[in-house]
Write a protein of this length. Structure first.
Length: 484
């Protein structure tokens, strides 16, 4: 028989074991239940997408703040070119389309456009839970999702916290603890990390500001609220609504944002095609009445002003085209790449004209067959009004050999919105026509004769092609390698 004292000891041991096991079971059940309540969504957007300016602050900031269990895996496709593949992969399996913004909860539960995105998000929150939809068509509970193998450069939003993938690797359990734990200091207590200055996270139409930030194994983690001792930077916690112009160009202005437009305009300015057309005009107006310098001045200014106005209008059309294309992210990315290839192609053609020059070069000069017609029209100018109308008409002949840089500039400026691009287009075209105004004034004041200018162009035509070629090659490579 077992002694009564031993029975009591066994009962005590079993009781203590129960006290240890029961809380663990309760915690595990609570944790499992919490995970079941998590609403996981994939959200594909693009900084500069007009519709995204209305959807991003809601999906990425407002709803996560109001719903602690709402987790959003964001893929931004305009600045992160790798993320563009996700749009294609999800469409292949989910038939979700290419329009932005796009939110995906499942194969039969996705929407694009501001209203549809908000509707699907609100319905998912009401339903109370959703597994994370993966690009292969499967779905997985968030606690089973391996964040470290997510393709591209996703951002993961939860409440007042965000994880941003910046490299490879990472500790999946730790990353989830950073998002989910209420005791961040405890999570970070025994691990290595680097406290950094919090950086604004750009949205379309705004930016999110965080109090604290750390770098850890290929990820950046930022959050609001109480920080840790190593983090000393404190900033505002709300989304600051800003104009797209500020958002898109904020960092670029610190670097060479203005110079991109300036370089493209410079490439147009020294284009031999534009100089040839203008010299033909001066020959025409002087041939009509070589004794009246004032008439030459007024007609020349009218001609150049007409070119300036027409090119400004063309710029607005180009920007509007780009803004329409922005709604279809894959097309925009493809066209942007094509423009990079075109820029390199134009650069090669100009370099060819430097080494093996032949008048009327393809895509670099006005075709020889057009020159006689243009010259004949120029010789027919008899008034200032005629000079203005001719300036407007002749831009049609200029477009094939001068539109390359302008198309690229329009693509770069398009995220600003049509109204905000006006000052940039005015500056671009002022740079474009400034040498033409200078030639008019030089001829009027007698510093140069048209024949001298024509001779200068003939002597330096190869060098002009060389300069334009180098500029266009640089621009093309900058686009393809995502420098601009």
């Amino acid at each position: 028989m077992i002694e009564p004292s031993k029975v009591k000891s066994l009962l005590i041991i079993f009781a203590l074991s129960g006290l240890c096991i029961i809380p663990s079971l309760i915690f595990a059940e609570d944790n499992h239940q919490g995970n079941k309540d998590i609403i996981c969504a994939v959200y594909i957007t693009g900084i500069g997408c007009p519709a995204c300016t209305r959807a991003d602050p809601i999906i990425l900031r407002k709803l996560p703040k109001e719903n602690p269990n709402f987790i959003v895996i964001e893929y931004e496709v305009y600045r992160q070119r790798k993320n563009g593949l996700m749009l294609i992969l999800y469409n292949k399996i989910y038939k979700s389309g290419f329009s932005l913004p796009l939110i995906i909860f499942g194969k039969e539960d996705h929407g694009h456009g501001v209203r549809s995105v908000r509707k699907h998000a609100n319905e998912a929150i009401i339903n109370g839970s959703n597994y994370c939809p993966l690009p292969d068509g499967s779905s997985v509970a968030f606690n089973e999702l391996d964040l470290t193998v997510l393709y591209g450069k996703p951002k993961i939003w939860k409440g007042e916290r965000i994880l941003v993938k910046t490299g490879e690797g990472g500790n999946n359990v730790l990353l989830k603890d950073l998002l989910m734990s209420e005791n961040l200091s405890g999570v970070l207590e025994n691990i290595d990390f680097e406290a950094i200055e919090p950086q604004p996270v750009l949205l379309s139409g705004g930016k999110a500001i965080f109090d604290n930030a750390i770098k850890i194994q290929g990820w950046t983690f930022q959050w609001n609220g109480e920080g840790i001792k190593a983090v000393i930077t404190k900033k505002s916690t709300d989304v600051q609504q800003i104009e797209p112009q500020q958002q898109e160009f904020e960092q670029e202005q610190k670097g060479w944002g203005f110079y991109k437009v300036f370089i493209l305009a410079l490439a147009d300015t020294i284009n031999p095609c534009a100089l040839a057309v203008f010299i033909l005009f001066l020959i025409g107006i002087i041939s009509y009445d070589p004794t009246k310098g004032k008439k030459i001045l007024v007609a020349g200014l009218a001609f150049v002003t007409a070119v300036y106005i027409c090119y400004f209008i063309y710029g607005l059309i180009i920007v509007k085209f780009w803004q329409i294309v922005q709604g279809l992210a894959t097309i925009r990315l493809i066209i942007y790449t094509i423009l990079g290839v075109i820029a390199i192609g134009l650069g090669i053609f100009h370099l060819k004209d430097f080494f093996w020059y032949k008048p009327g070069g393809f895509a670099t000069e006005m075709p020889m067959g057009w020159r006689g017609k243009v010259k004949k029209m120029m010789l027919g100018i008899t008034s200032t009004k005629g000079a203005f109308l001719m300036g407007a008409f002749v831009t049609i002949f200029l477009m094939p050999c001068t539109m390359g840089p302008y198309l690229i500039a329009g693509g770069i400026l398009s995220p600003l919105g049509l109204i905000k691009t006006i000052p940039w287009l005015l500056v671009y075209n002022l740079i474009f026509v400034l040498p033409l105004y200078g030639i008019v004034l030089a001829v009027y004041f007698g510093f140069r004769r048209v024949q001298n200018i024509l001779g200068w162009k003939a002597r330096y035509i190869r060098r002009l092609h060389l300069i334009v070629g180098i500029i266009m090659l640089f621009i093309g490579m900058a686009i393809l390698f995502r420098w601009i």
